[in-house]
Design a protein around this ligand. Sequence first.
Ligand SMILES: *Cc1c(COP(=O)(O)O)cnc(C)c1O
Length: 448
Amino acid sequence: MKIGWRLGSEVPGVRLPLPDNGEMGTASISPRELLRESDPDLFAALAGEERRQAEGIELIPSENYTYPEVLAALGSVFTNKYAEGYPGRRYYGGQEFTDAIERLARSRAKALFRCEHANVQPLSGAPMNAAVYLAMLKPGDTVMGMDLSHGGHLTHGAPVSHMGRLFQWIRYKTDPGRRGRIDFDVLRRSARRHRPRMIVCGYSSYPRDYDYGPFKSIADEVGAMTMADVSHIGGLIAGGALSNPVDAGFDFVTTTTHKTLRGPRGGMILCKKRFRKAVDQSVFPGLQGGPHMNQVAATAIALGRALQPDFKEYCRQVLVNARALARALSAGGADLVTGGTSNHMMVVDCVSSFGINGRQAEETLDRIAITCNKQVIPDDPNPPLRPSGIRLGTPAATTRGMGEEEMEVLGECILDGLRDSGDPATLARGRRRVRELCAAHPAPGIPE
Ligand SMILES: *Cc1c(COP(=O)(O)O)cnc(C)c1O
């Protein structure tokens, strides 16, 4: 390694054992430069990913650019620390600062969502949902969840998931006769027939907001618990742009922290006080070991940012941008599931709109540096790896400061590309326009 070592140097750097004799010294080099020197292959991939994120437009609705402070916390010494247990009740010593950050994260979460208890330790969204199910249900219990192709998530009882096998899932669907909304009379009849222990609502590919009231009243009628998995829209709820299931009296609300909340990859469980013990024990020691305290620190930072007034403005703009993009696409003949959007995302039926499947559409947009994902549409006749649709969302582009005008340009690029996916000149033009938009709106947290 060609690192510039300076024993006892005043120059800020990283303290490391010296390569020749193992004594501690200070290398006058940033951690990033150190990585470039010590692991060039890894560094090349990192630099490539940075360029990809900076020079393309991210329209995958579950992704975002996090804050530079969150990246700093994730790469901090909190990653060194074991903190099994909860603040004030840990199984290891040295918890003065880990307790402080976990308490901060919990109190910020409670303030944002107006809930009685928050567990901020779930390592991600899937274990967060598993922790709630395993806390409250017994194997074989009946649970209702939204069907995957109608917008639900894998963790809502998809047959390929462990949770799908452990419980008896009744999957409800949206109603094409109601422009893709849920028919609550059908849901009520089904709940009366199956008597679920829990009704789960929440979505990953449903482009409308939910009315939580009817879910709650149906659950009350049949004596079921209620859980809303707001993983996609946690930030939009925190920012007051979408309705909050806590206000509707839901027992459990779960959300990832890395989607519209713009934090680190992770999950949170929000619940009523009377479920606190069951939820905390289910997360640890039931399902997980030591929490990732660097992630908990980063979650506290993101929640702190979500409490600032400008986060409300961000959330409002995410929805304004989604409507603008949906309008531009519809006006150009794209067929949108449910006819449009009332949240941050839209699902485009590419087969009916452009005569290509979702995989072809995803690949075409990749070629103009727009990233999206292929998506099944309700009761899709095509298989998941060649589904009929794509899913587009505006959280990440909005974080870059893009507005309605940019959405119109993006809409044109997408329409041109998908209509004319075989024409290299069209794709080259689209790519140029996307590059210009990116240059004018740098992505936060990415080195030049
Ligand atoms: C993203 C998502 C999850 C899972 O989150 P991971 O962090 O990927 O495990 C769970 N539920 C819903 C509704 C989601 O959108």
